[in-house]
Ligand binder design. Sequence first.
Ligand SMILES: Cc1ncc(COP(=O)(O)O)c(C=O)c1O
Length: 587
Amino acid sequence: MNYDFTSIIDRSKCGSTKWAGMLKMNPNVGPDVLPMSTADMEFMTAPEIREGLKTYIDTVIQGYTNPTDAYFDAVLGWQKRRHGYEGKKDWIVTTSGVVQAFFTLVNILTEPGDGVIIQQPVYYPFSLAAKMTGRKLVNNALIEKDGTYEMDFADLEEKAKDPKNKVIIFCNPHNPVGKCWSREELEKLVDICIRNDVFIIDDEIHNDLIMPGYTHVALPTISAEASKHCAYLTAPSKTFNLAGMQLSNIFIEDAAIRGKMMIGKLMGMSLSQVAISYEACRLAYDKAEPWLDALIDVVDGNAKYVKRFLQENIPEAKVYPLEGTYLLWVDFRGLGMTHKELEKMNLKADLYLDEGGMFGRAGRGFERFNLAMPRSALEKAMERLLKGWNEVKADWAANGKPEHITLEAGMEMPDFTYDTPFAKGLSFKAETVGKPTVLLFHRYYSCGLCSMALHQLAGEYETVTAAGAQVKVVMQSTPESIFESMGGQNTLPFDIICDPDRVLYERFNVFTADTMFDLPGDNIQAILPMIGSMFSGGEQNSAPTEGAQDQLPSWFAIGADGKLCHVHYGESLFDVPSAKEMVDALK
Ligand SMILES: Cc1ncc(COP(=O)(O)O)c(C=O)c1O
């Protein structure tokens, strides 16, 4: 059959999450611009599935429905055919998605306070599964080496030894780095996990999307022990663009763990899935294999095209091999801009990508490109990228490259001019000469947390003055707005430096968080109500803020000689020093 992988399908009105994200950023986006973020595809579902579902709707009553034998045969047949995996029907627990499955597994296999090992950069809900459940995120970071990534087995062994670290969420093929782990690597991982009793939550949602020339090995096929020691997370969703069907098949050989999973399912969600999703999955596995094979060639062609395009036009960008998934990992650090400037350049070029930093701090300066789209739209996207990069270079040539300084202890603090609500054009150097000073970056004046921090500092300020020191707080608010809020009189014993254009934040690399979920650091429980309000639409109703909401604090202690004696780039909203800590840092 001839499949259509070239038509551009408008998804702006069907509720597509990925499109909604793009349209929120730019409601007037052009008709040939497709988002390249969230992992679903800009291709119509395979005709075999569409036709089969029409018949199903016309002939089957949509009552409470269990998976049928035909369903299980399709799932087991697919696993055997494509992966050489011989699972059993009884081992399958269906869930409404893989994310729901690994959240449930973390909940049933660990206690609050236990460690969950993940390998960043990695699909960001892995870290959420640790943090939102009150577990500890334990990062066994991947190592970047010779244009690819490796696992750090020595570090994994150390982390696995800690009895508190009870599970690893493992990704194969790896999203976002696109790597298929070799049999040898899997054997090492399994060996470490079995010896140290770390259960493997094996997310293989992308394992049907293997590019020509590469081999994928499903982890439970490594050995009988491996199969018993893992939950094997599979789904038709990525493979056949059925993510909206919300159905996955989780193979759990261990009966006790499977039993706990069923209880977890019963308590957290309904026991069965949506009737039509079972049929979509059955049709996909039984009928749509030729569509998948054709799709893989299209994705592979797209990856080769992007690699060639970048090599020829932006050789400073480094493309990682796409072995599996349709998500290409590209390192843009060679362009010499910060990850925030990169994001800005891409947004200006109408490129809606996933920023590398969302997969963990090590991903900053990288972009993840979703290549599952018609080539014509991809080519236009790459042309826009090149145009955007040429414009940046032209701007640098005309106006000089913007200065970005990561402050370090021992450096001379650079001078700058600033406004407060009560004075204009002050020189930092002149205002701090001979006087130990802490420069503290917060968010904005109306922020409740910042306001609490400012009042606490005001209450403790005697500790600062007694040490002959001073504090200056940088905020994104305008001088006028703070002047008005204070009723025209400075009610604080220290100055607020107003930086509404974020010049100082940018110049000294005081970045916003990579995602809203990173704002609270390990203490994500503290912002659960805020996350709840984001998901329930509360965000849209709230008043606009006076600056980036996701700004992280930072603080810099500068001695009387004008040199930095302590530098702290904040990791979370709560990463703010007490007056005593500031004074100690100045000593
Ligand atoms: C590694 C990985 N796991 C899980 C998911 C999402 O799974 P689901 O939609 O089944 O919850 C994604 C989606 O991008 C993914 O990349």
